[in-house]
Design a protein around this ligand. Structure first.
Ligand SMILES: Cc1cc2nc3c(=O)[nH]c(=O)nc-3n(C[C@H](O)[C@H](O)[C@H](O)COP(=O)(O)O)c2cc1C
Length: 215
């Protein structure tokens, strides 16, 4: 079968569940928490993986990162502040996160503004990471061109050598967290006949307004 024919024939009927506006928690962070627990129970692969979209010079860019906390209702991930996304966020902190939990036929879209978490918070989390991940964060000039895999491996070995005998590796200043303060959160539940449920929350005057959108 040709690729386009295969693609045209790929079709899933979404019937796993439904989402009524009255069944949604009035607080979207609580609702997110509920769905996240359900994603864990359903053994979704990496349920904390999200697509993060940022903008630079009016052009959108997306990549996957991992949610590592919800602190005071804000969504936290960690990265290299000097990476492409780090530089983009510095110029324009508007961002969108998108979670996809396919076994549950669910999507959550979160729009908001990114800020850096405190140095203390970043350092605390850095210390909880496995040593290999700590070394990788120091060794890798994320988003920069490298000549070869060998060069990359050498950067790791050099970093390993620099810190051999050092018990507690300090967090490099170029690595840390961001939190997204949401002003829009949308819960999407797949339904049959493409008549999906979309329950949305928009923050207005510091209050969450709840409404339904057509699919
Ligand atoms: C499942 C998965 C999880 C990832 N988690 C992170 C993460 O938490 N932080 C991060 O900086 N990059 C993570 N990445 C790598 C990013 O997608 C991306 O390649 C990298 O951050 C560089 O992006 P940039 O050049 O747009 O800055 C992850 C990739 C995948 C596929």
């Amino acid at each position: 079968m040709k690729l386009n024919e295969t693609l045209e024939n790929l079709r899933v009927s979404y019937q796993a569940s439904s989402l009524d506006i009255n069944d949604c928690n009035l607080n979207p962070i609580e609702q997110f928490n509920k769905w996240f627990q359900e994603a864990i129970k359903s053994q979704c692969d990496e349920p904390n993986a999200l697509v993060l979209s940022t903008i630079t010079d009016n052009k959108p860019r997306s990549r996957v990162v991992l949610l590592k906390g919800i602190i005071e209702g804000n969504f936290v991930f960690y990265t290299n502040y000097q990476s492409a996304k780090g530089l983009e966020i510095h110029k324009n902190p508007n961002a969108c996160m998108n979670f996809l939990w396919l076994p549950l036929q669910r999507q959550v879209r979160i729009e908001g503004v990114l800020s850096k978490v405190s140095d203390e918070q970043s350092s605390d989390y850095f210390q909880k990471r496995p040593r290999g991940s700590q070394l990788g964060a120091i060794a890798s000039p994320q988003s920069k061109k490298v000549n070869s895999r060998d060069d990359l491996e050498q950067l790791f070995i050099d970093t390993e050598n620099t810190f051999s005998g050092v018990d507690q590796i300090p967090r490099p200043l170029h690595w840390g967290g961001y939190f997204l303060e949401a002003h829009y959160i949308e819960f999407w539940q797949g339904r049959s006949n493409r008549m999906h449920d979309r329950i949305c929350f928009e923050k207005k005057n510091n209050q969450w307004e709840r409404f339904r959108l057509a699919p």
